[in-house]
Write a protein that binds this ligand. Structure first.
Ligand code: EZ4
Ligand code: CO
Length: 422
């Protein structure tokens, strides 16, 4: 490490409004209050600390190793104020760029550093990003049911609870364990077993059924509520185009992950056949995954989250790039993203000019207790809180009572046994 670049008391740092904040320690805490979360805590010599989320559902320990073996050793002694430089160091300096493990590790550091800087300034994180652009963050909840009637009722409960937007997923007749259908009403959690649960999928049965669900939803609840749906990468591009067309009368807010997203070109075909708005990107981890989708305006919402895409430093770069084509944000917010990511995302959403919507799946009471947080929900909107930092903490003593519980996400096969996209 070059002293001239990283001396905490260098001349360049004098006169700054924040005193130097030398990173004294960084630790990874794994806890499982209902599901697994990986959290990074960075402490400075000034006593200010920051918290970042590094959870990668079903692959938690790989990020723990990446952080402990390769990231934490190079953080010690650095000036926590230099968020951008540390981001560039971790991204460029690794040589092996991108990927879900690397970018989640970088995200955890980045979010913890933004938390530290905001706390040191005594400001809510949204003020560092550029201040409030709105009074509240519109979120969508997850309604699901085994049958069409169950799903209709579940959507009704969200509307009654004040939600302005609801994602509807339903069991499909003839398909066991369709994506998005929980065993309890509130806490859908797909990572359910030590070895992946095998599910069987039929796109034909799904496509025959889904338009009936949205027809029934519009009949019962009208057109004021926003309705969303997640295809979870199951359709081919042409099937997705057909489904998008058939859903047009029901005016969805978006159809998410209509097809697998590795090949950005595939969305050109879908786009050329349907005006149903398209959202994609919860599995993306850098701007490069979405570059063509954005600059060819093949999507309407970019789903990439703070934890997946290297933290706030990179996510805001994606959002700014998307804004040129009037593409809005729609951050992933499933329960496998910890309350730390939820808090950071709500500060981002409060600032980002091209905000679209934020996914919000409620965490269990045990998770909420382990991660005390300032954010709150009222009348369909969420608020990040106005205290310093991102407003989410970790109760380490309580976290220690919930040891790691290895679980993996399911897999999907077609009816003839062919491996498919879960
Ligand atoms: O399946 O986060 O839109 N939300 C989703 C999620 C994902 C999980 C995977 O860990 O698609 O429910
Ligand atoms: Co999704």
């Amino acid at each position: 490490m070059s002293q001239s670049v990283f001396t905490p008391h260098s001349k360049a740092s004098q006169g700054s409004s924040i005193p130097p904040l030398k990173i004294r320690s960084a630790r990874v805490i794994v806890t499982s209050p209902g599901r697994n979360f990986v959290t990074l805590k960075i402490e400075t010599d000034q006593g200010v600390y920051g918290i970042g989320d590094a959870t990668l559902n079903g692959r938690e320990k790989s990020v723990v190793a990446y952080l402990e073996d390769h990231v934490i050793p190079v953080l010690i002694g650095r000036d926590a104020r230099r968020i951008e430089d540390i981001w560039q160091y971790l991204y460029r300096g690794a040589y092996w760029r991108r990927g879900p493990v690397t970018m989640r590790a970088i995200a955890a550091v980045d979010v913890a550093l933004w938390d530290i800087k905001a706390k040191a300034l005594g400001a809510p994180l949204y003020d560092l990003l550029g201040g409030k652009s709105r009074e509240g963050v519109m979120v969508y909840g997850h309604a699901n049911g085994e049958t069409l009637e169950d799903t209709l009722e579940a959507v009704g409960r969200y509307i009654e609870a004040g939600y302005k937007a609801v994602r509807a997923q339903s069991g499909v007749p003839g398909v066991d364990l369709a994506y998005g259908v929980g065993r309890g009403d509130l806490y859908y959690e797909p990572a359910d077993a030590q070895l992946p649960t095998e599910t069987v999928w039929s796109t034909r049965k799904y496509m025959n059924y889904l338009p009936n669900l949205f027809e029934a939803l519009r009949k019962r609840y009208g057109f004021d509520v926003e309705l969303l749906h997640d295809g979870h990468h199951r359709m081919t591009p042409l099937e997705a185009a057909q489904l998008g067309k058939r859903l047009e009368p029901y005016q969805l807010f978006w159809l998410e992950d209509a097809t697998q997203a590795e090949n950005q070109d595939a969305f050109r075909l879908i786009r050329s056949h349907t005006t149903t708005p398209l959202a994609v990107g919860e599995v993306f981890n850098t701007i490069w995954d979405a570059k063509d989708l954005i600059q060819e305006q093949l999507i309407d919402y970019i789903r990439t989250s703070v934890v997946a895409a290297g933290g706030l430093t990179h996510l805001r770069r994606i959002a700014d790039f998307a804004s040129v084509w009037q593409i809005k944000t729609g951050c992933h917010g499933a329960t496998d993203l910890s309350p730390v990511t939820m808090g950071a995302a709500l500060h981002f959403d409060t600032w980002v000019p091209n905000f679209g919507i934020q996914e919000y799946m409620r965490h269990t009471a045990e998770t909420d207790a382990v991660f005390p947080h300032a954010y709150s929900f009222s009348d369909g909107l969420m608020h990040p809180g106005d205290g310093p930092g991102h407003g989410v903490d970790l109760d380490e003593a309580l976290a220690a009572k919930y040891p790691y519980d290895p679980r993996q996400l399911p897999v999907a096969r077609l009816e003839d046994g062919t491996m498919w996209n879960w």
